[in-house]
Design a protein around this ligand. Structure first.
Ligand SMILES: [Zn+2]
Length: 334
């Protein structure tokens, strides 16, 4: 196991502290699920070396994307060796044939079991525990672990939206997604008031009301998980907020479209609709795709590479341009 602090190759038998720098390993003994080096790499990759503040869902998304099924190399070699021993021993009339037969049988059972194992994404609860363990050890910089906007932020920050002026409203179905967008300055860069369906953060709601009252053309966008209010996206608007005749754009996700987003392929295969939500997309991809989708007033799935969008009535509409953006967004992010 490699020490994430000094890079030393540490031997498990030498204990839980790095034999070179003394750092205590968080995951000790290392499990097949996680090592210190792997968790550190995951954080570095998803935060883009500290460029973004990220959600646990985004770490999980990257973890699930890179999780591998156990390989077949070992048991296949075992099967070949067992058969060779069995056949060779049998021809020579040696009792070794029985041992070979047993080895081949065990290898065969392992192969069948691994082939039958669900290929699905790893358990998000198990992953949550691993992240909690990492945080308890004082690690995890860059993780947005809890809501932080229940009180209006300090003056300097609040001025973002005031200074630029709110030009559009984004309603999301996940409070933490508001924190993600605000902490990564999406709201200021796109002049967007971001609120959750719950009405969080409370201090933004008056801003939203003012922006809607000031201009009848101020658009309202809804962003939600696949299968969540996809037939009545207006239900996502916080209670008491009157959207009236303002342009209303449903950004998705609709299940039929989310299933065709390449990044959700593993979840689609596992019929895990709950995982097909915006918060699981890598920061740069989510921020980039959301900016384009709102500017072009198109479903988020389009800049994510789905060119044929399923309309609510079952027909399909086409909108080109997605492929270029997919290439662009994928270019330097795993
Ligand atoms: Zn070390």
């Amino acid at each position: 196991m490699k020490c994430p602090k000094c890079g030393n190759s540490h031997k498990k038998k030498d204990g839980a502290s790095c034999s070179s720098c003394g750092r205590t390993f968080v995951f000790f003994p290392p499990s097949p699920l996680m090592t210190d080096m792997r968790m550190q790499t995951l954080f570095r990759r998803v935060t883009a070396s500290g460029t973004y503040e990220v959600l646990e869902a985004q770490l999980y998304g990257a973890y699930a994307r890179h999780a591998k099924k156990p390989g077949f190399m070992g048991p296949v070699l075992g099967l070949v060796a067992g058969l060779a021993l069995g056949v060779g021993g049998g021809l020579a009339g040696s009792p070794v044939a029985v041992v070979g037969g047993i080895i081949a049988l065990i290898a065969f059972i392992v192969i069948v079991a691994r082939a039958a194992a669900p290929a699905g994404p790893p358990d998000p609860r198990a992953f949550h525990e691993l992240v909690a363990q990492w945080r308890r050890a004082g690690e995890g910089a860059g993780l947005i672990a809890a809501r932080g906007l229940d009180k209006a932020p300090a003056q300097a920050r609040e001025q973002d939206v005031h200074d630029y002026g709110v030009e559009q409203v984004l309603v999301v179905d996940d409070d933490l997604l508001v924190d993600f967008l605000v902490r990564n300055h999406f709201h200021a860069e796109t002049r967007t008031a971001v609120v959750a369906s719950s009405g969080y953060p409370a201090y933004v709601m008056p801003l939203v009301e003012r922006a809607l009252a000031a201009n009848a053309e101020t658009p309202v966008f809804a962003l939600h998980a696949a299968g969540h209010h996809e037939d009545d996206p207006r239900a996502l608007v916080p209670a008491g907020l009157r959207v009236g005749d303002h342009p209303f754009i449903d950004l998705g996700f609709r299940v039929a479209d989310a299933e065709r987003v390449a990044r959700f392929a593993a979840f689609a295969e596992a019929k895990d609709v709950g995982a097909m939500r915006p918060a699981i997309l890598p920061p740069k991809v989510l921020l980039g795709a959301l900016t384009v989708a709102m500017r072009e007033r198109m479903p988020l799935a389009v800049p994510l590479g789905v060119s044929e969008i399923k309309n609510p009535d079952g027909s399909s509409g086409s909108d080109g341009g997605g492929d270029f953006l997919l290439f662009h967004l994928d270019s330097d992010f795993g």
